[in-house]
Design a protein around this ligand. Sequence first.
Ligand code: SF4
Ligand code: SF4
Ligand code: SF4
Length: 209
Amino acid sequence: MNDESVQERRSVLKTILRWVGLGALAISGGALLRRSTAHATVWQIDPRKCIGCGRCERECVLNPSAVKCVHSYAICGYCDLCSGYLETYAAKRDMAAENQLCPTGAIKRTFVEDPYFEYTIDEKLCIACGRCVRACEQYGNGSLYLQIRHDRCLNCNRCAIADHCPTNAIVRVSADQPYLLKDGEIKPSSSVPKKTAPKKPAKNIGGGL
Ligand code: SF4
Ligand code: SF4
Ligand code: SF4
């Protein structure tokens, strides 16, 4: 084999190696990107640990807090005597401000059919005080609970609420599944955990006061 053909073979070999190297880089780069996305996490409240202590209202760096009350319609009893909606010693079961437990009127009560009522949260008004959460957990089905809303949360390096939470309920979760919903439904970060289509409950399984 003469010098010229040896040089030519080397040059072809070099080109092949270069393309193989670029291919490997592209594959490992893609894998790295996939891995970093898969490992992206955000803060969330574990509703099994949260006791609605009220610190979520006070400790978030945002005012109003990025934490909001959400409602699981699958768990709710649609009770007329709703412990999360009515003050404990409410004179009447109606929508008068003095009879409502929520200090900002963020819970809306709508008649479905006798004796059922549907409860929805107006997030703009919710300040994450946790009063409805505690009452619903204590006397009802626990369908009202708190979640960090990712259309507001700044995803701080260290959530300011986590340092004050008495039950270590603030946890990191995958950004792909940023909500810990009681009925197991996972919503994308941009969407609001909200009510499903109005339904007629089979029976009133909700607790009362
Ligand atoms: S500070 Fe913890 S226990 Fe208190 S309301 Fe927030 S998440 Fe729940
Ligand atoms: S009682 Fe507190 S936590 Fe519940 S909806 Fe009203 S402001 Fe939000
Ligand atoms: S991460 Fe920051 S903005 Fe989000 S809930 Fe915690 S303190 Fe508030």
